[in-house]
Design a protein around this ligand. Structure first.
Ligand code: 6R9
Length: 675
């Protein structure tokens, strides 16, 4: 560890008293001693797309500010009458009465405006195959897919489950759904058949779009078998709702085939007509559902609608990345299975007419310079990635990126978790060559679009801080009572006013929507994150204050993994914590009490349990460590004290254990782990 790596023994910030999970805040205490600032260079500021006046303009009248963006950035087939209807909080309606088609805005209109020959996607497959799509070509593919899906009986409002790797067909599928008003629900390809099935059932999907497989570290990796398995089993309610499965041929591996249900993409989409007229959908028409982990075991289907979502994603993409679509080459490394791959790969870049790079594989395939080779090859100018990736590259050493010409890079984005100052500085100097501004963007699946981020031509950036709410966004940090904290203090991150890309609810569960986000503080959206305002009023994110972990920027619920563990016959009880990890931000650590015989077979059982979690949820949820213990620390009311387990998992002496029902338990645990 370098000298200024945030120390885990630093004083607990105010936010940490907020909840057990807030102990993660310890690791970020040192962030608050960070005083360096990096103002934009005069050249950058002079050419910036957005200047400082926007803040005042937006503050003067937020709905009017967003209405202006909506009309500037989108082509409406019917103009809206009202910017915001907030008469029934927390259910917002944006751009009421307006009609808009997402795919028309992303594609057709650029072709109509003479930009048909501009490259929309430079695709780079993991094995090295490449494809480029111009806007004209991508429009044609989306029209064909829209016709093909309609011919398979998919109509406006129907749900389509998408289980695809990071290939152009993924965005083609999503845009085709949006075009016909079908609601896509992407399930990350790393999730298991069980997870896929429960999401198919919850959304009652009619169609599944998948691929035979993809490539992972040079090897074929299958997807279709998980779909077959998901659809072959008894669901909670018996049968399933899926009528058809469309399969993209990607890695050529053998697949099982269900006649009548399964259709090759090449044949179905390939044979479809390239004529398709897009009609406007109501501004509040559902665009997609995306499942995300919450504090309970059951993932929530986050619902987003059309007009507001497109407006805020497009505006932030332009303002935060200082997008000059004629000259920039943009690359967001997120998978389409996550919200970043929706907002900042599938929608905003195309709405803004940008040229983007899409890469299928892992950063170390076939060598650890693969990303930098891609940056050099396509002259990428805007890179958007996650701190966990930066920390991995730091570990591999600067020699690797130093071999490539990275001078095309002029804006560097970060998302998914707090970025520590060391990683921030490394990103800026080694990857950005010193001058390129870093934009640390805070947002969530629920917020739909970026909410807190510096503006690269305006803000003097601070390493490790997302800093300022974007224009038109009302973020605050409040104490337990919901009172705004003064500068220099910590608390809970909240959003005080509705925003265009906000979630419209949880699929099929309006009460859960209110309980989860709107009940902690009156009239405020509670994000689940701790944060601190520094002396300048800039915001520093401190990590989750609930039972949600963040592993490599992916959200995982402790409860969900605990349920998976106890569903195994060998496990009597389980508790899961997210332990601070130098590379992945947090790592999953599980404490389990084994039943009878299994206890004598510790090592084997532990391996079996890891695989079991992989099967139940997906490989990303596999615990890094599973520690077999005789007991779990519980309060007198029976609540597991994860805070103490986190201390153990992070190698600290557990803190105050006096509220335990049996204060000797921590010693028993320590003893069992020493064995
Ligand atoms: C976009 C995305 C959301 C959670 C969020 C927070 C963490 C995301 C962050 C960040 C600090 C940033 N998070 N960006 N924390 N700084 N720039 O990641 O959505 O997968 O829903 O995760 O991620 O804890 O609450 P999602």
């Amino acid at each position: 560890m370098s000298q200024d790596t945030p120390s885990s023994t630093a004083t607990v910030p105010a936010a940490a008293t907020a909840g057990e999970g807030a102990r993660q805040g310890d690791a970020f205490e040192n962030l608050l001693h960070e005083t360096r600032t990096f103002p934009p260079t005069p050249e950058f500021a002079a050419n910036a797309v957005v200047t400082a006046e926007v803040y005042a303009e937006a503050d003067a009248d937020r709905p009017a500010f967003w209405a202006k963006q909506a009309r500037e950035l989108l082509t409406w087939s019917k103009d809206f009458d009202q910017a915001l209807d907030w008469s029934n909080p927390p259910f917002a309606k944006w751009f009421v009465g307006g009609e808009v088609n997402a795919a028309y805005n992303a594609l057709d209109r650029h072709v109509e405006n003479g930009l048909g020959d501009r490259v929309a996607i430079y695709f780079e497959g993991e094995p090295g195959d490449t494809r480029a799509y111009t806007y004209a070509e991508l429009t044609e593919e989306v029209k064909k897919a829209a016709n093909a899906f309609e011919s398979l009986g998919v109509a406006k409002g129907d749900r389509v489950a998408v289980y695809l790797p990071m290939i152009p067909e993924a965005v083609i599928t999503l845009l085709a759904c949006a075009r016909i008003g079908a609601v896509h629900s992407v399930v990350f390809g790393g999730f298991s058949a069980d997870a896929l099935r429960s999401r198919i059932d919850d959304a009652e999907a009619k169609l599944v779009v998948t691929a035979d497989g993809t490539y992972r570290r040079g090897k074929p990796s299958a997807l279709k078998p998980a779909v077959d398995e998901a659809l072959s089993r008894e669901g909670d309610a018996g049968g399933h709702t899926v009528q058809n499965v469309v399969v993209v041929k990607r890695n050529g591996q053998d697949v099982d085939w269900t006649e009548g249900r399964d259709h090759w993409w090449d044949e179905t989409v390939g044979a479809a007509s390239a004529e398709h007229t897009a009609v406007g959908h109501d501004s509040e028409h559902p665009l997609f559902i995306l499942y995300t982990s919450g504090t309970t075991g059951k993932p929530k289907g986050i619902l987003h609608t059309t007009g507001g979502y497109l407006t805020q994603t497009a505006y932030t993409h332009k303002a935060v990345f200082d997008l000059h679509p004629e000259t920039d080459v943009y690359w967001c490394t997120a998978d389409v299975g996550w919200v970043t791959g929706h907002s900042y790969v599938t929608y905003a870049p195309f709405i803004n007419g940008a040229t983007q790079v899409m890469y299928e594989g892992t950063p170390d395939s076939p060598h650890q310079g693969r990303w930098w080779e891609i940056v050099e090859k396509y002259k990428v100018s805007i890179l958007y990635t996650a701190p966990t990736a930066i920390r991995t590259f730091m570990k591999w050493g600067r020699d690797i990126p130093d071999k490539y010409d990275l001078t095309s890079l002029r804006v560097l984005g970060s998302v998914g978790e707090p970025i520590n100052p060391e990683a921030w500085m490394w990103y800026k100097t080694v990857i950005g060559g010193g001058d390129a501004p870093i934009v640390d963007t805070w947002w969530q699946t629920e917020t739909g679009a970026q909410m807190i981020a510096p503006l690269p031509g305006v803000t003097a950036a601070k390493p490790g801080s997302a800093q300022v709410p974007l224009p038109g966004i009302a973020v605050d940090v409040v104490d337990e009572m919901g009172e705004s904290v003064p500068d220099g203090h910590g608390g809970f991150l909240v959003i005080r006013e509705p925003w265009p890309a906000m979630l419209r609810g949880i699929w099929g569960d309006p009460e859960r929507f209110k309980d989860t986000y709107w009940s902690r503080f009156e009239n405020m959206y509670f994000a689940g994150d701790g944060a601190k305002k520094d002396e300048d009023g800039d915001i520093w994110l401190l990590g989750r204050v609930d039972d949600v972990m963040n592993v490599s920027g992916h959200r995982l619920s402790t409860t969900e993994i605990e349920s998976a563990l106890v569903s195994h016959p060998a496990v009597a009880e389980a508790a899961v914590v997210g332990a601070t990890d130098e590379t992945t931000g947090q790592a999953v650590v599980a404490f389990v009490i084994l039943r009878g015989d299994a206890a004598n077979n510790g090592d084997e059982t532990v391996q079996e349990l890891r695989n079991h979690v992989g099967k139940e949820i997906g490989p990303i949820a596999k615990p890094k460590n599973i520690l077999v213990v005789p007991e779990l620390p519980k309060t007198r009311s029976g609540k597991i004290m994860r805070r103490l387990l986190k201390d153990v998992a992070e190698g600290r002496d557990p803190g105050d254990a006096t509220t335990l029902s049996d204060p000797t338990i921590m010693q028993q645990i320590a003893q069992s782990l020493r064995k």
